[in-house]
Design a protein around this ligand. Sequence first.
Ligand SMILES: *Cc1c(COP(=O)(O)O)cnc(C)c1O
Length: 409
Amino acid sequence: MPGPGYAYLGDEERKNVEEVLDKWELTRHTYDKPDGTPFVRRFELAAQETFGAQHAVAVNSGTSALLTALAAAGVGPGHEVIVPAYTFIASIGSIVYSGATPVLAEIDESLTLDPADVEARITPRTRAIMAVHMLGAPCDLTALRDIAQRHDLVVIEDVAQACGGSYQGRALGTHGAVGAFSLNPFKVITSGEGGFILTDDPVLYQRGYAFQDQGWFPGRTETGEGEILFGLNLRMPELAGAVACAQLDKLATVLKRTREMKQWVAQGIAMRDGVRRRVLHDPAGECATLLVYVFDRAEDAQAVATALNSKTMIDSGRHYYANMPQLAALAEGNPPPSPFRAPGPVSGQDYRRGSLPATDDCLARSVAISIGVSDRYLGAGFGVTVSSSDADVQRVAEEFSAAVDGVLG
Ligand SMILES: *Cc1c(COP(=O)(O)O)cnc(C)c1O
């Protein structure tokens, strides 16, 4: 079972899907049938309401949402975008496809961007900071927004792993200029495939809408205020919209469950010298989809992971920069790892293993217990799900404690 929302798929989603099938209206654009509100539009309006944003645009994946966010924010060739060295590969891939250069920055023991390192990597070409709320928890948005303001940069939030989370009482995805979300099966809520962006800025909204729908103005009007753009077709299909609407209604229920499950597991684990919990920038605002422990020593983390038949975070595939062969290919540039890129190396960037020592160190010392998101790629093959019984919760806490005692005891 991948993400917590997946476990809540049920009658409500089915009812919405049947409503689509009854009319065979498979796209948000009803063309010759102008009455009725498509689910994709209903989802956008509900997302605006739920997260407190002026505008939402639904798309067909989280990767599409990131690309749309970058397009909306005016990121392109000649620009650099600062992104954490620990994130899903899609954050970096979307920057590559925007034509900009990804600049990797260090994470700290929050497993999100280290603001001081972000600031140190700013150059005259830096255009944006991609703030990724990794493993369900907010990054240090106060510090990142302050840096962005002082250097005139755009903050793009990657909220793929933290839908429904908040920072200082405001929904994640509404702190930067634009927020990008995913609805894939491993995320907090799901529509199978899907994603969306949030923004308060009417210009970003117009550009974002145009980008995912062939350059049309919002509402698919021929003319409007704003820029003429070529767009692509990244639209969310109605069947996904139908599922997404029902899942959004369940978001609060899902998060209530992950948060109480996490509490129960954590309560069953006694702390020792040599290990502590991951730093949280706003404990009340995290989605609680994973419970992460950071050890003083990498050997201890490795021994605990091995005892649990799990992995440390440095061994998570496609989430750690050195586990992305595409980055090495980008540095080399011959052939380029994107068909839309001219051959040639990326100047000034070193993406090789070892080039981000603080990230290497933090990840090698971290072990995650899954709480509702079980994803081996994420190094989270050990833990509970939202449907686990009390006995399962107790067993997981005991097994983890025993492994820690065996290593640090
Ligand atoms: C899942 C994820 C994405 C991509 O979402 P898809 O819907 O799979 O395209 C982007 N960024 C992060 C951090 C993710 O975890």
